[in-house]
Ligand binder design. Structure first.
Ligand SMILES: Nc1ncnc2c1ncn2[C@@H]1O[C@H](COP(=O)(O)OP(=O)(O)OP(=O)(O)O)[C@@H](O)[C@H]1O
Ligand SMILES: [Mg+2]
Length: 302
């Protein structure tokens, strides 16, 4: 059983923008899936169509086997969504926003209040429950959106940039929380521009470019397909731009970047540089591996 099956999905907005040009996407039940793409690639449009906020132009979408054209409400009940834009009433209290959402799904207020407590506690919002949501900070608002999406205990959680604007510590807390949810069986689809987040959390990934999926597969396999990794080195005495067997790019007086092929080792590189009289003070991979792959794909190199 798949959590979502999208076939040949297209969307042309009234403005004439062709946002989706025949998207095929399958997400397995229980998966933790990342949908990655540049600004304007079509991620939010896919989510909007799946959750019923945007009308598709053509194609089909099934959520746990339910066609959204046939039984839209049944499909919707399976999903908890955290939209990219804040869309709650800013004058309402935190607790009311969460509990009312449960009401839309027919959960009695008493039950919803009970459910809300552990959710708000784990997202560190319990102390703020009686405050109007407009008094929350940006990161807290983002967490409120997550709490609201979880109150209905959805089988499928869709998060559109859930950690944008959330500080590092809380982001790590949210990762743990989402990982726990996924372990308990919740299928998760997330979009993010933090590729280390996708690499840490997600099993499978799809990369969308200008309204079409250009790559999909397991994060591990895709990263394994990388044929090189760029390293940033802090060096002394760099004068010689020709280092045998390596592609060297000078960034400034003391900084160079070198691509290492999968068969080349960091050890060999340092030895060769030393042979050239270049002293390596520090060395680190440039960006994370998924980021490298992502950039290669967007630039047509992979
Ligand atoms: N309501 C709308 N009316 C007209 N065009 C729209 C609308 N919403 C999105 N678009 C256009 O559709 C394309 C895809 O937008 P979408 O929001 O799906 O991208 P995205 O991948 O979510 O980008 P981001 O990473 O910036 O959130 C863009 O060209 C965008 O301008
Ligand atoms: Mg978006």
């Amino acid at each position: 059983m798949n959590a979502i099956e999208i076939q040949n999905l297209t969307k042309v907005y009234e403005s004439g923008t062709k946002a989706l040009k025949g998207v095929d996407l399958t997400i397995k039940k229980g998966d933790f899936f990342a949908l990655l793409g540049a600004n304007g690639a079509g991620k939010t449009t896919i989510i909007g169509i799946t959750t019923g906020l945007v009308n598709k132009t053509s194609g089909s979408v099934k959520v746990f086997g339910i066609d959204i054209d046939k039984d839209h409400n049944a499909a919707k009940r399976k999903i908890g969504v955290v939209p990219q834009e804040f869309n709650f009433n800013i004058f309402e209290k935190v607790i009311d926003i969460v509990v009312q959402q449960a009401g839309y799904f027919g959960v009695p207020r008493k039950v919803a209040l009970k459910r809300a407590e552990p959710i708000l506690k784990s997202l560190e919002l319990w102390e703020k429950r009686d405050q109007a949501s407009r008094t929350l900070s940006g990161g807290m608002k983002r967490r409120l959106m997550i709490a609201r999406a979880l109150i209905n205990d959805p089988e499928f959680l869709i998060l559109d940039e859930p950690t944008a604007g959330v500080d590092v510590e809380l982001r790590h807390g949210m990762w743990q929380y989402l990982q726990q949810k996924n372990k308990e069986g919740t299928t998760i689809l997330l979009t993010t521009h933090y590729l280390e987040e996708a690499e840490q959390l997600c099993r499978d990934v799809a990369i969308i470019k200008e309204g079409a999926i250009v790559k999909t597969g397991s994060v591990k396999k895709l990263i394994g397909s990388l044929d090189k990794q760029t390293y940033v080195l802090s060096v002394n005495n760099f004068t010689d731009k020709k280092v045998n067997g390596y592609d060297v790019k000078q960034i400034d007086e003391n900084t160079i970047e070198i691509d290492l092929g999968m068969h080349q080792t960091v050890n060999d590189l340092v030895n060769v540089l030393n042979d050239h009289g270049i002293i390596v003070n520090d060395l680190r991979p440039k960006g994370n591996r998924l980021e490298q792959l992502f950039l290669n794909i967007l630039n047509g190199k992979s």
